[in-house]
Design a protein around this ligand. Structure first.
Ligand code: CAA
Length: 258
């Protein structure tokens, strides 16, 4: 029996870990991997027992980009029919936080995949980059847009136009990586963070994520209006009453997701 190319684990209560598992191909993203990630993310989004998701690879590679061998000889219509934007939307629009735990290579589609997540935790020797230009294409999974939004025009241009690889320290300093940790601690650290998020009131977490993401695409005024509506909505939740009562009564809150 062959091992699936994407595995799902439950390392802690409320936490799911999705692992890309094509070590011999540096976790290159073939269509099977992409479809399975999308399928698992869709299922986990609907699973009430899951409150935070970690997406990871292995110690050598998060993902070395789209599978070049799979797409080397295809045409534009096949490229269109792959529908990769739709598949990655399952991550971008997942109502639950998704943390990318990155060791090794996060190149091309791999860097784009990490940027589709909400938080990026990287090992000190991780390597990022959008090297597509070197093989005659451009980033096709959001790289030109998400990298620019994350690090600004001039850093994004510097890497998209040269295809140069950059280290995790530089990625951290540019604002692409949320936290930099020793390589051996990446997964553990991501799971710990996911556990802490999973213990928080899920409605507040979901609203916070939505306000940040939707606000990024809107004017400040619209973003502020979205945020205001979200906080007003939370005042109808039992978890808001419980969270504030527990603070006043100096006890640990018990959140129910209602
Ligand atoms: N697609 C297909 N196979 C890949 C791959 C990829 N993106 N990356 C690595 N592999 C395969 C290699 O072909 C090799 O297979 P064989 O053993 O059968 O020869 C195996 O994985 C191991 O790779 P290397 O021997 O090259 O390993 P390394 O440790 O020396 O180098 C690497 C690792 C720097 C990641 C190098 O493999 C590399 O440069 N890979 C390609 C990176 C890249 O260009 N990514 C962008 C792809 S395009 C894209 O992503 C655009 C998009 O979204 C549409």
């Amino acid at each position: 029996m062959t091992t699936p190319v994407v595995l799902v684990e439950r390392p802690a209560e409320g936490v799911a870990l999705v692992r890309i598992n094509r070590p011999d191909a540096r976790n290159a993203l073939n269509m099977e991997v992409r479809r399975l990630i999308a399928q698992h993310l869709t299922e986990l989004a609907d699973d009430a027992g899951v409150r935070c998701i970690v997406l990871t690879g292995n110690e050598k590679s998060f993902a070395a980009g789209a599978d070049i061998k799979e797409m080397a000889n295809i045409g534009s219509i096949e490229m269109l029919q792959r529908g990769t934007l739709k598949l990655w939307r399952t991550i971008a629009s997942c109502p639950k936080p998704v943390i990318a735990a990155v060791n090794g290579f996060a190149l091309g589609g791999g860097c784009e995949l990490a940027m589709t997540c909400d938080i990026i935790i990287a090992g000190e020797s991780a390597k990022f980059g959008q090297p597509e230009v070197k093989i005659g294409i451009i980033p096709g999974g959001g790289g030109t847009q998400r990298l620019t939004r994350a690090v600004g025009k001039f850093k994004a241009m510097r890497y998209v136009l040269t295809g140069d690889i950059f280290g995790a320290r530089e990625a951290y300093e540019m604002g692409l990586v949320s936290e930099l940790v020793p390589d051996a601690d990446v997964e553990k650290h991501a799971i710990e963070m996911a556990k802490r998020i999973a213990e928080l009131p899920p409605l507040a977490v979901e609203q916070a994520k939505e306000a940040v993401l939707r606000g990024m695409d809107a004017s400040l005024e619209t973003g502020l209006a979205l945020e205001t509506k979200a906080i007003q909505l939370l005042f109808s939740s039992e978890d808001q009453k419980e969270g504030m009562a527990a603070f006043i009564e100096k006890r640990k809150p018990v959140f129910k997701g209602r």
